[in-house]
Design a protein around this ligand. Structure first.
Ligand code: SAM
Length: 281
């Protein structure tokens, strides 16, 4: 996969050289490049922002540096930092019908980035991330870019960050670890929180007794069926406690009797394949 990140703080993305993502880059599993938006300005001060039309607080990112940067990145000539574009079409944005690169624009006003989004984006050939700052990017950039990219404004959560860089670090890590070969044991991607609409069960390691706290006995029993059932029921308990909103979407239609009982103990009945919280629970 090819990933390009455009930012006015390229050094903010340095953690992407570390750990599993850094290794994936070294191993050639991920071709990731970070670009300085200011390399695509043409004035002496390398200006990327201006005052908002209509008034109000803060500054807005100017459209032209973004058009120059995104055109160069999509055409794969990002080495020509600052080379002005004639306003045309990015070459890789397929007049021949080839898939458009996906342009992800981090924004608190975007769609929510989830594990399902990460899986979806991990299937793409090229992702481009446009890190906003200040009050965000001139809206016309997104309209223009839609001709050349599949544009997806994407939010990390319902809070406001200072810039898109932190959101990109999170999204690239979530997507990158799903690429084949990045995580050593692919099994570990299967039973994770959000992989099946539930939170993960609690995990323990040695010693079996620590500061008067014992590991649940079933985990030491060697009975794989019982362990699997205990883990499933712990997933239900934890999700009901911490993220009951996830249970609204949970498909309970095919749950075995023991699992329905586990949910019933948590105050949920299965009605038409869905979990319904009892009013008295
Ligand atoms: N004025 C914008 C609004 O209210 O929607 C917020 C701008 S914020 C201060 C600056 C930049 O931080 C945004 O352009 C975006 O790139 C990034 N950002 C802030 N919160 C974010 C979030 N929850 N998810 C993703 N990116 C975020």
């Amino acid at each position: 996969m090819r990933i390009d990140v455009v930012s006015i703080f390229p050094e903010y993305l340095a953690p992407l050289e570390l750990s599993l993502i850094g290794k994936a880059r070294q191993d050639g599993l991920l071709d990731l490049k970070v670009h300085d938006l200011r390399d695509y300005t043409t004035d002496r001060h390398r200006t990327v922002d201006d005052t908002p039309y209509g008034g109000g607080a803060g500054m807005v990112m100017k459209p032209e540096p973004w058009a120059q940067a995104l055109t160069a990145v999509a055409a794969g000539r990002s080495g020509d930092a600052g080379a002005p574009d004639d306003g045309g079409t990015p070459e890789s944005a397929g007049p021949d019908g080839a898939a458009k690169p996906v342009l992800i624009v981090p924004s608190p006003a975007g769609e929510r980035f989830t594990q399902a989004t990460a899986h979806q984006l991990a299937e793409e050939d090229q992702l481009v991330f446009a890190c906003g700052r200040y009050e965000g990017i001139d809206e016309r950039v997104l309209e223009w870019a839609a001709e050349h990219f599949t544009v997806r404004p994407m939010s990390l959560g319902d809070y406001v960050l200072n810039g898109g860089e932190v959101a990109v670090l999170a999204m690239v890590e979530a997507i990158g670890r799903l690429l084949p070969g990045v995580v050593g044991n692919p099994e570990s991607l299967v039973e994770e929180s959000h992989s099946d609409g539930l939170l993960e069960y609690p995990v323990y390691t040695k010693p079996s007794s620590w500061r008067d706290r014992d590991v649940p006995a079933v985990l030491l029993s060697g009975n794989h069926g019982k362990i699997a059932q205990w883990r499933r029921h712990e997933q239900y308990r934890r999700t009901a406690e911490r993220r009951p909103d996830l249970l609204v979407e949970f498909d309970a239609g095919k749950l075995p009797r023991a699992d329905r009982t586990a949910f019933s103990d948590l105050g949920y009945d299965v009605v038409d394949g869905r979990l319904l919280r009892r009013p008295d629970a």
